[in-house]
Design a protein around this ligand. Structure first.
Ligand SMILES: *Cc1c(COP(=O)(O)O)cnc(C)c1O
Length: 261
């Protein structure tokens, strides 16, 4: 899938590896400036946009540098990797862990014990198992419903027209605090088709808020990654998930993290 990324400035392989505190400080400053620039273009307040650094594949030493440079929350795609890092970095105060990748029910117990947020909820079965595990621990979890806005059969997430019915069922799981919707846009050099995914997620959120009484908590839009977060912000993103623009290009292809086309 990585070979379908646009080339040029957005080509992920062009992100240099960050390995010093100065690298991380510079990259974070640059990402925050780009966030502010995108907000300015559409008259939004940059304080409405939360930057979620995605630290998958990054080792603990480099994560520590990024935390020193100002990262206070970390997003990971895989449960085991996240859990291992959570343990290894437990001496750091007030770090918040967000799971952004697909979850199998047999890993729900692990997620329940350390994650603050889960952004890839797309089945009632997972909601039920997570809720049971969380209740047992007396914990709550912020959740985002993942929506397959590109309708590629290879992507996780609910089809857009299934989200309303899903939202109506969620109050049954009281340990889950529904925060909003999440999507992975189409990977395509065709920026108008990428943008269409973001528009779709925003319109879906607006409709749910109007028409679904149980959808009160559905306010946030988690959309946009290193290659497309500015367009996502212009279309209303309130959370952007940025890995490579902070940490540098990954060696593993993205098909390792989500099903490839
Ligand atoms: C890896 C990942 C990201 C970040 O992608 P980058 O290209 O590193 O910015 C965002 N969301 C999810 C679900 C991911 O797995």
């Amino acid at each position: 899938m990585s070979d379908s990324f646009p080339l040029g400035d957005d080509d992920p392989s062009s992100y240099p590896q960050a390995s010093t505190l100065e690298d991380f400080t510079r990259n974070l400053t640059s990402v925050r400036e780009r966030i502010a620039g995108a907000c300015r273009r559409v008259g939004r307040d940059p304080a409405e946009v939360r930057l979620l650094p995605i630290s998958k594949t990054v080792n603990e030493a480099r994560i520590r540098l990024s935390v020193e440079a100002g990262c206070r929350e970390l997003g990971e795609n895989k449960v085991q990797e996240a859990h291992r890092k959570w343990q290894g970095l437990s001496d750091l105060q007030d770090l918040r862990w967000s799971l952004v990748g697909h979850l199998q029910t047999n890993k729900a117990k692990q997620v329940a014990c350390f994650a603050s947020e889960f952004q890839a909820l797309d089945s009632l079965r997972v909601a039920e198992v997570l809720d049971r595990r969380l209740q047992a621990l007396g914990r709550g979890l912020d959740v985002f419903i993942q929506v397959n806005t590109s309708e590629e059969s290879s992507k996780y997430g609910l089809p857009p027209d299934a989200v309303e019915a899903f939202v109506r069922r969620l109050p049954a799981y009281s340990a889950l605090r529904v925060r909003g919707l999440m999507t992975l846009a189409l990977f395509s050099p065709d920026t108008s088709r990428v943008r269409q995914c973001f528009v779709r997620l925003r319109e879906l959120r607006d409709r749910i808020r109007q028409e679904v009484p149980e959808g009160d908590g559905v306010t946030e839009l988690s959309m946009g990654m290193s290659g497309d977060f500015e367009a996502a912000i212009e279309e209303g993103a309130t959370v952007v998930r940025v890995g490579q623009a902070i940490y540098g290009a990954r060696r593993l292809p993205d098909s390792h993290f989500w099903p490839s086309t």
